[in-house]
Design a protein around this ligand. Structure first.
Ligand code: ADQ
Length: 461
């Protein structure tokens, strides 16, 4: 690759804060972010007044980190507000949860401008700039307005919606037009790309060309489908190693020979946690043979706690878990174990391996990496079964999972029953096919494909 890679994301996981929170993007980009590259974004710090426009620099393992702080007000309006109370629910098809306020939209634009002002002076002419996610839709446009002619790509980690849904967003035209300032716009699935192209057609009147590009104001944006993956080999090794560690040993001892079912998510309304717990309660109601035989561990790491819908969800889940435990527990068996603290990645890998079924039932999800991690962690000789929502981007690839409608707790209960009673040969056959997918579509492939597409654009249009 010629030129330096510059990654831009809302939140930069700084080198001194590694831990459970430094997951997702840091892992996905680990191969691409070699020495010499730059990662730019928000430090995670909130200040009383608007921060400086120049970035704070740090370096670790040859990677430069440039961050800016957000003021309390910017955080509230840009992050908790427009990003997470408008764009997040909208992109997950939850129009009823969208709460639009023009001051929040204004702050969203201002913060993107501030990002551009702080980033522009750090850029060199042949840098490849790769912007991530919905917090930063307008960043490319803001960089262009400052005369930045570099190749700039954008990848969306959430779903993209069809125009019928997008039209509910005040300022949809501006958001869509700002995406056309990028050279490459990437999505996890063909369906999301199609939603974008239909939207630019119906809302902006742009006709896509044969190569899947749209041209606006003389600049062409290439759309691509680039499903994100994981470091399958590394994750499988972590699972094997952790299998022998003390935490997995303690977990298995606590199960006393019972099967483990596992769910791992951020505590987010898009993840289908209510319907999933309902599904598990119905499994116990409809198939009493599983009483005493299975324990369901749900790890739901607290997230976005200053958005009220997340607080409401937490209360609802506390109640549901309490109900199920109260109704079905016996003095020596608790059917549901529920924790809102995140687990370390290594521990998580071992727990997946210990689980006879992985339950991944988001109502909508861009990809869902937990599904891929669960597959990678299994012992191929005696693999567990993945239950996967048809509305996760991962369902486009992981077709040999037990695919369910996450809105239907009875279907989830039936799939759990099938998973718990599935014969070894069928488990192995399904796992072989899933494993093939997860090992082919890795994190490395994801970034290579994106950067190759970005490099292939002429960049100076
Ligand atoms: P998320 O919505 O955060 O990401 P997901 O892909 O499932 O969803 O998880 C990201 C990572 O966080 C995974 O590596 C997972 O192991 C870890 N994680 C989640 N819950 C955890 C917990 N309770 N404890 C410890 N670790 C936990 C967004 C999109 C997804 C998309 C990713 C990447 O919403 O659809 O797959 O970006 O593009």
């Amino acid at each position: 690759m010629s030129g330096r890679l510059v990654v831009v994301s809302n939140r930069v996981p700084l080198p001194n804060e590694r831990g459970p929170r430094a997951g997702g993007l840091a892992v996905a980009l680990a191969d691409a972010l070699g020495p010499g590259s730059l990662w730019f974004g928000w430090s995670g710090r909130r200040t009383a007044r608007a921060g400086a426009t120049s970035a704070t620099l740090a370096e670790s393992d040859g990677i430069a980190y440039a961050t800016i702080d957000l003021s309390e007000t910017e955080y509230r309006l840009f992050y908790a507000g427009f990003s997470n109370r408008v764009l997040w629910p909208l992109l997950h098809f939850r129009l009823g949860l969208v709460q639009y306020r023009s001051d929040e939209y204004h702050a969203y634009r201002v913060v993107n401008r501030r990002f551009a002002e702080a980033l522009a002076p750090l850029l060199r002419p042949d840098d490849l700039v790769w912007v991530h996610d919905y917090h930063l839709f307008p960043l490319g446009e803001e960089l262009r307005a400052r005369g930045i002619g570099n190749r700039i790509g954008f990848f969306l980690h959430t779903p993209f919606v069809p125009p019928e849904v997008l039209r509910a967003l005040p300022r949809a035209e501006q958001i869509l037009a700002s995406l056309c300032a990028y050279d490459v716009v990437g999505f996890h699935t063909e369906q999301f790309r199609a939603g974008f192209l239909r939207s630019t057609h119906e809302i902006l009147g742009l006709t896509p060309d044969e190569g899947g590009g749209v041209t606006m104001g003389g600049r062409r944006a290439q759309t691509i489908v680039d499903p994100i993956g994981i470091d399958a080999e590394g994750f499988a090794a972590a699972a094997e190693q952790s299998w022998r560690g003390s935490e997995v040993r303690r977990l298995r001892a606590s199960l006393a020979g019972r099967a483990l079912a596992i769910g791992v998510d951020r505590l987010d309304y898009s993840k289908g946690l209510v319907q999933r717990l309902d599904g598990f309660a119905r499994l116990l109601a409809r198939y009493p043979e599983h009483h005493q035989r299975v324990s369901f561990l749900q790890v739901a790491a607290r997230s976005r706690e200053d958005v009220s819908e997340y607080q409401d969800l937490r209360i609802e889940l506390d109640r549901m878990v309490g109900d199920t435990i109260g109704q079905y527990s016996q003095f020596d068996w608790v059917p549901v174990r529920y924790m809102t603290r995140p687990l370390r990645r290594g521990t998580l890998a071992g727990f997946y391996r210990a689980a006879a079924m992985g339950v991944v039932t988001p109502l909508r999800d861009g990809m869902n990496l937990v599904a891929k991690e669960y597959v990678a962690a299994q012992n191929p000789e005696d693999p567990g079964v993945l239950i996967l929502s048809r509305f996760a981007g991962a369902a486009a690839e992981l077709t040999e999972a037990l695919i369910v409608n996450p809105y239907d707790p009875e279907e989830i209960a039936d799939a759990m029953h099938s998973a718990l009673t599935m014969r070894l040969e069928e488990r192995q056959a399904r796992h072989r096919a899933l494993r093939e997918q997860v090992w082919t579509g890795t994190a490395r492939r994801f970034s290579e494909r994106f950067l190759a597409a970005l490099q292939a654009t002429d960049g100076s249009a």
